[in-house]
Design a protein around this ligand. Structure first.
Ligand code: PMV
Length: 318
């Protein structure tokens, strides 16, 4: 049996503004999609979503994973003699890159099962093909972070890894609002607002760009108090472009009141997740506040490694 895990991600700063060429910072986090492959007849199933592929009966419930299998057959001669089981702890449709993490871990595990050393470049390329099936114009941030791990700045399709190691005493607390939204339609609304108020909006976008560059320096110098404040400012800018909501604001403010260094929407907004930058000493109070809102907090660290082989036994929830 070959098992692999691949991390999900959060966008720390710069979402939406990145669509118009501004920089953004994303991070792989310690929530994983795990895939185990053993001998079988061309089946892929998910513990959360049921049967995704059954090649013996031409059942294709997940076109992205079908693309992965086709790519691996074309590039590496993958045979249809596998049975893959996916088990993911990454919230679905919340902006945490769950589809990319599944494509990345499935690619890695299928290659390992086939006896091919899973080179990260190949895993990246194959998983990006799946992302093109799932998303209209994927930026590549999700499968890049899931493949390589770490914190990355991305700007106009170029990714640069932030070299400094994230400290152990600052974590990210995630609260999933549970409100599903389509990234595409939120992005379209924002772009409409941009066109309507372009003189004002272009200045907000310039401010976002400055903010991300400043935040990058804060990470590199280990100034997490400043990073938290910049995340708060970033949230204000996201609010001004129209992607916040009453529910998201209440989560952001709960985190701040409980002592987070900063809190903001992460991803497309309107729903999805809120992230807080939290010192470990403040985690219990932030977690408690989120629970009072009826939500389930997830406390994560940065995953520095990206996709990798995993032991056969099930990993515990992060
Ligand atoms: O919520 P997500 O992970 O789908 O993030 C969307 C990020 C946007 O900047 C809003 C869109 C994009 O393509 O970059």
């Amino acid at each position: 049996m070959a098992c692999s895990i691949a991390p999900g991600k959060v966008i720390l700063l710069g979402e939406h503004f990145v669509v118009k060429g501004m920089p953004a910072i994303g991070a792989a986090v310690t929530l994983y999609a795990r895939v185990c492959v053993s001998s079988g007849q061309g089946r892929v199933e998910s513990r959360q979503l049921g049967l995704l592929l059954d090649l013996s009966s031409n059942t294709v419930n997940d076109k992205g994973l079908y693309r992965v299998v086709e790519e691996l057959a074309g590039r590496f001669g993958l045979k249809r003699d596998f049975h893959a089981t996916i088990d993911s702890e990454i919230p679905i449709s919340s902006g945490m890159g769950s589809s990319a993490a599944v494509a990345v871990s499935t690619t890695h595990a299928l290659l390992s099962f086939a006896g091919v050393e899973p080179d990260k470049k190949a895993v990246w390329e194959v998983s990006f093909e799946a992302e093109k099936v799932y998303h209209v114009r994927p930026s590549g941030v999700d499968n890049t972070l899931s493949t390589y791990g770490g914190v990355m700045v991305y700007e106009r399709g170029v990714f640069n890894r932030v070299k400094r190691r994230w400290p152990d005493d600052v974590v990210i607390v995630i609260a999933d609002s549970g409100i599903k939204r389509s990234t595409g339609s939120v992005v379209a609304d924002v772009l409409n607002r941009y066109d309507k108020y372009s003189n004002v909006m272009s200045r907000i976008y310039d401010a976002a760009s400055e903010l991300v560059r400043d935040a990058l320096k804060s990470i590199e110098t280990g100034d997490f108090a400043r990073l938290g404040e910049l995340m708060d400012i970033n949230h204000g800018l996201l609010s001004s472009i129209g992607v916040s909501s009453r529910v998201l604001e209440s989560i952001v403010w709960a985190m701040r009141e409980a002592g987070a260094l900063g809190a903001k929407i992460s991803g497309a907004g309107r729903g999805g997740i809120v992230i807080g930058l939290v010192e470990t000493s403040k985690v219990p109070s932030v977690v408690e506040k989120i629970k009072l809102l009826g939500l389930t907090p997830l406390v994560v660290q940065i995953d520095d490694e990206g996709v990798r082989r995993a032991p056969d036994s099930r990993t515990s929830q992060g």
